[in-house]
Design a protein around this ligand. Structure first.
Ligand code: SUG
Length: 455
């Protein structure tokens, strides 16, 4: 582990491309937006273009931007594993008739939310000075449990160079090790090139019962266990001095905060959070302060300013907090923040005007994703990389104007303007999707990562 700052270290935001089957099936329990928008007609094309526009505007503003491909959907292989047989059309038709909920699950485009792809430890915090990756098992819901195998292949394809990158197995996909990846993990530090402290936020403890004073949500599931967070930290070689494990407030989970990144966001020394984020707010901050090498800058939003309902509806805390070269930070918020008066007022009067590095707010329209409960921060996986590590990436995954134009044209060529839940059984949709993805892996030059390409 390094103890001093390394120069040329940058945070790269790898956004997930919205896939061709993006739809509203209301699959995610405890995710208010997903549950309330089930049955709406989606626009995969608009969703993918909104995502690309967000990526492009952040690239244009000087932030390092990467892109990750969507997954193969419908996952007909998963339906076959569940006993549906015959041609692909037969499998889709039978599933639509006999188990429509399974068909909907295997069509989800949920891999767009790459904050759930895995947990990453930058090389400067790891004992072997490599960047460490663990794909999240996402075992809390069937439609997301289908992601980790392909996620692992995609991460290994891009971060292939073994001198720089280390990949760990997905944790056992069982409730005791329920893991949702970086959505529940925040690295706090001075500059990105300085050593960090890793804040892991969990919703429940699997073994040994609840600790004294700790409670669990009653209405909605807690998707992350302490044991999963500890296992990831162990895999990555993080020590006690580098980690803080904090329980999420169970009342927040019951109000629709299914991931910590729906109620808190950190970057550098700044932790922007709602007062209901952590069960033990003071204890969590104290431990962070004790372990961090640089002073923590907590930016606390109280209930009186933003209610839980406003927080969940606006996704204020699912913003991206980005570092600028002059030491200031930019907050990238979803358009929904402008629609809630209390939230917009808080952004202007207390975040921008407050004594903290946040000096600018950028509003982004990612409505297609938001209706499924995915804001700007859900759509990106942060990977802190040195210059040498960026140079060691495989494929064309760092966004450039040319790549952005090609991806936009690719979306225009292959994606549907509208997709109703009833369209998911259409075998033509499956065909279109495979054709698009095959072309995408060539465009990104990442080789074969999809089951249909591996045979
Ligand atoms: O897991 N929605 C996702 C949203 C994930 C948001 N990610 C973060 N907070 N980091 C979820 O609840 C909706 C169903 C669908 O898209 O098919 C869904 O899975």
């Amino acid at each position: 582990m390094n103890t001093t700052a390394i120069s040329n270290v940058q945070e790269v935001n790898f956004d997930g491309l919205v896939g061709p089957t993006h739809n509203y099936s209301g699959l995610a329990v405890g995710n208010v937006a997903s549950m309330s928008h089930g049955g709406l007609v989606s626009s995969p094309k608009e969703g993918a273009l909104q995502g690309l526009l967000k990526m492009k505007s952040l690239m244009d503003a000087g932030y390092a931007q990467g892109v990750l491909p969507p997954q193969q959907r419908p996952d007909i292989g998963a339906l076959r594993d569940l006993g549906f047989s015959g041609s692909n059309s037969d499998v889709l038709a039978r599933a639509a008739k006999e188990a429509p909920q399974l068909l909907r699950a295997v069509c989800s485009a949920s891999s767009m939310w790459t904050a759930n792809a895995g947990t990453i430890t930058p090389s400067l915090d790891a004992p072997d000075s490599r960047v460490h990756f663990t794909p999240a098992n996402l075992q809390s819901s069937f439609h997301r449990y289908l992601e980790p195998q392909t996620t692992g292949r995609v991460l290994r394809a891009i971060f292939r160079n073994e001198q720089h990158f280390a990949h760990h197995p997905v944790l056992p996909a069982t409730p005791a090790f329920a893991d949702e990846g970086a959505a529940n993990h925040t690295r706090l530090c001075g500059e990105h090139g300085e050593p960090g402290v890793h804040l892991f936020v969990y919703g429940r403890q699997a073994f040994g019962g609840a600790r004294s004073g700790e409670r669990e949500p009653k209405r909605y599931p807690a998707r992350q266990t302490l044991e999963a967070s500890q296992a990831v930290a162990r895999q990555h070689g993080l020590t006690d001095a580098q980690t803080v494990f904090a329980q999420q407030h169970p009342e927040a989970i019951d109000a629709g905060v299914f991931h910590n990144d729906v109620i808190a966001v950190g970057n550098g020394p700044v932790l922007l959070y709602h007062e209901m984020a952590f069960l033990d707010e003071e204890g969590t901050l104290d431990e962070l302060r004790a372990k961090m090498a640089t002073p923590l800058i907590p930016v606390r939003v109280p209930q009186e300013a933003v209610s839980m309902e406003d927080a969940v509806a606006s996704y204020l805390f699912n913003s991206q907090l980005l570092s600028n070269p002059d030491g200031t930070m930019t907050l990238v918020v979803p358009g929904e923040c402008q629609e809630r008066e209390a939230v917009w007022r808080t952004i202007q009067d207390s975040l921008l005007a407050g004594n903290n590095p946040i000096s600018e707010v950028i509003v982004k329209d990612v409505k297609q994703s938001m209706r499924n409960g995915g804001g700007p921060a859900c759509l990106r996986l942060r990977v802190v990389l040195s210059e040498a590590e960026r140079a060691a990436l495989t494929g064309r995954v760092l966004l450039t104007d040319a790549l952005c134009d090609e991806l936009t044209a690719w979306v225009e060529r292959h994606y549907r303007d509208r997709l109703a839940v009833d369209d998911l059984k259409d075998p033509q949709l499956a065909e279109e999707s495979l054709t698009a993805l095959d072309e995408l892996t060539q465009l990104l030059k990442i080789g074969s990562v999809y089951p249909f390409q591996l045979g």
